[in-house]
Each structure stands twice: as C-alpha cells, then as structure tokens.
Write a protein of this length. Structure first.
Length: 65
C-alpha cells in the first residue's frame, strides 16, 4: 500500500480493519508476505494514528487526525 498523506494511511488501515472485522476474513500483506487478520489490521490502525500524533507533536504540524 502507498499513501500520499498520513491521514490517508490511517484511513486506509481503519477501513481495512473494519472490512476484515465485518467479513471475518483476512487480507494479504505483501510487505510482510503474510495474511493479515482483523486484529492485526486494528493494531496497525491504532499504531498509525499514534505515530501521526507523535510526529505532529514533534514537528509542530497538523494533519487533521
């Protein structure tokens, strides 16, 4: 997956997590070369949002998350 902005990255992870949770399915993570469960996608979404907040605090920017 490739993203133009941090909010787009977070939004994509949130959407993937929701879709996997609702479908009880799995997705494939080509970067890790393994299946991605809903729980892992939720963790990635949380981590991404936390990283954005940390980067905004560090660099004094606002990305609307």
């Amino acid at each position: 997956m490739y993203f133009a902005t941090f909010p787009a990255c977070a939004g994509t992870w949130i959407a993937i997590a929701a879709a996997l949770r609702l479908s009880t399915g799995v997705a494939f993570d080509p970067q890790e070369d393994k299946p991605l469960t809903a729980e892992a996608a939720i963790r990635y979404a949380h981590d991404t949002v936390a990283s954005i907040a940390r980067l905004e605090a560090q660099f004094g920017t606002q990305t609307s998350i």
